[in-house]
Design a protein around this ligand. Structure first.
Ligand SMILES: [Zn+2]
Length: 94
């Protein structure tokens, strides 16, 4: 299940700050969990915390959106994100 409110995040200039999927070096966007911005890769079902309160759209989120985000994040695997300058590498499950 993919919630409809995943925010597309094609701007690779942010990848050095927010990271990218360590498997493929991309991200499908992010979701807001309170002030936390969780970035995801749908292909690899990975998630990583991109930062806190970087974007102000988290304030407009509804409770039902937050619930669907919680379900999504629960099913995804937390990884250490790839960042520009790092080697792409597989990371172990936590
Ligand atoms: Zn990926």
């Amino acid at each position: 299940m993919v919630p409809t409110n995943v925010i597309p995040f094609p701007e690779m200039q942010y990848s050095s700050r927010c990271g990218a999927c360590p498997e493929c070096g991309k991200t499908d966007g992010y979701v807001n969990l309170g002030k936390e911005h969780w970035f995801i890769c749908r292909d690899h079902q990975t998630k990583w915390l991109g930062g806190y309160n970087l974007f102000d759209n988290w304030q407009n989120q509804t409770v039902s959106q937050t619930e669907s985000i919680n379900e999504l994040l629960d099913s995804y695997r937390e990884v250490l994100p790839y960042r520009v300058g790092n080697q792409l590498k597989r990371v172990s499950n936590k």
